[in-house]
Design a protein around this ligand. Sequence first.
Ligand SMILES: Nc1ncnc2c1ncn2[C@@H]1O[C@H](COP(=O)(O)OP(=O)(O)O)[C@@H](O)[C@H]1O
Ligand SMILES: [Mg+2]
Length: 320
Amino acid sequence: MKVPKELQSLIDDGVIDEVVRPLKSGKEAAVYVVRVGTEVRCAKVYKNMAQRSFQQRAQYQEGRQVRGSRAQRAMVKRTKFGRKEEESAWKNTEVEALYQLMAAGVRVPKPHSYIDGVLVMELLTDAEGRSAPGLGTVELAPQTAREFHAFLVKQIQWMLCAGLIHGDLSEYNILVTESGPVIIDLPQAVNAAGNNAARAMLVRDVGNVTATLARFAPELAATRYGEELWALFATGELTRECALTGEFIDDETPDVEGVLQVIEDAQTEHEHREYGREVADGRHAEPRGEPANSKSRPDLGLRGVPLKTTMTRGSQDTSR
Ligand SMILES: Nc1ncnc2c1ncn2[C@@H]1O[C@H](COP(=O)(O)OP(=O)(O)O)[C@@H](O)[C@H]1O
Ligand SMILES: [Mg+2]
């Protein structure tokens, strides 16, 4: 096919030999199937380079791995190409995340190179060698869904142990390969320890995976792995080996008693005021033990609650 202009420099540099076909084009990136020597790979062209994170520069430079050969030599020599390469290399969160996760044993597409805003990586394939489908497009037996879920929660656990949260995990960013599900698309991966929204993102990520797989194994819907993972992470107890239960008890269980008490108090106050007004209006010859106009009581779902209880609770009513 005609070479897209973003890939021309990679062809010129011999980083890729041929652009085979477009794979997918979305808001953030266009992905192409490419050939490198005898291997088929894919090339992800970032559309919005503003995604590059400047804040994490220091972290990126530390322990960063760059593909070998020409780029490596150029970086060492500080040539023009080298400077450019160095710049773009530390700016790509996804490339960093891929290397970091690979090192942590998380199954992600293997990155091969990152040049001129293009990430060349392993093409994930299904059993027939076609590009792997998204998790949301496959039919699964309940037992397979359970296995996928356990595997993915473990992958998320390992990611978290490596300090990362995906941040945009869903059925669209998990591909089903011949050897099982693989997490992709990590440009927005966040540092778990340094982000205020980290817990919410983790819980959402896990929740999305769970919701997708619960279509085939409904009992998964009741699990709370995201919350459990975060609780362990936050207290420093999370390890790669940690066995999770999927159970989690919120510390803030709704205070039903407290809410009822507030409603009762408000009702009591209302009744007092109402009754006082009626007495003042001369609508009552003799003061009575309870308001005559019970219709004026707001319906708070407490009908049947003995009024005496509400009248005496928390107040010394000496008028009777
Ligand atoms: N390594 C890969 N192997 C196979 N297909 C891929 C690979 N990376 C991306 N794709 C395909 O390209 C699509 C878009 O890639 P993705 O990384 O999710 O970028 P974005 O969603 O930001 O456009 C994916 O949903 C998937 O279908
Ligand atoms: Mg995606």
